[in-house]
Design a protein around this ligand. Sequence first.
Ligand SMILES: Cc1cc2nc3c(=O)[nH]c(=O)nc-3n(C[C@H](O)[C@H](O)[C@H](O)COP(=O)(O)O)c2cc1C
Length: 194
Amino acid sequence: MKGETMEVLEAIKTRRSIRKYKTTPVDDKTIEVVLEAARWAPSWKNSQCRRLIVVRDNKVKNQLADVLIGDPTKGLPNRADNAIRTAPVVIVACAELGKSGYNLGKPATDKGDYWYMFDVALAMQNLTLAAHSLGLGTVHVGNFDAKQVAGILEVPAGFCVVSMTPLGYPDEEPEVRPRKELSEIVFYDKYGSR
Ligand SMILES: Cc1cc2nc3c(=O)[nH]c(=O)nc-3n(C[C@H](O)[C@H](O)[C@H](O)COP(=O)(O)O)c2cc1C
């Protein structure tokens, strides 16, 4: 048990966003392991609104990359553009609307419908950590036109696209991105109280 906990913490701390991939294919069994990790994520009332689309068709991957949004201030494409085009697999996370955050068909909290974002994020973070533990790379990608992605993937009404990630063997070892210190983000008993 202790060993398992350490592995999770190590995976959390050593995962990096990977934007350059080898062409080495990812076998179906391995893809299934990471999908399983997503399947076991918790969700609002266990409503499991997430749906995952495994994209392996290069034509579809290019269509997805074409609707990524870049950085308009710098005139640059999305940093994940090439990764979405060239990784052997892209996993697109969708959500069924009207389930997460609902009680008896009505939004239960003042956050309305947005709990589906939370549920999908939990599933996708499980997936990225599981992938990393297997030597695979990922990067959460959120900056794209979700309606256009839904059209490309024929996502039905009542569902929306939340995020996507390339999945494949890393061809880079990115530097660690800095994190705020705990003293900057943690308070005790009252907001602002350190
Ligand atoms: C919600 C969300 C959306 C993101 N969208 C993009 C994106 O569109 N393109 C991209 O290249 N990276 C994207 N990222 C990756 C972040 O830039 C990255 O996680 C952050 O810089 C920290 O780096 P690390 O993952 O290596 O620790 C996104 C991350 C999150 C959590």
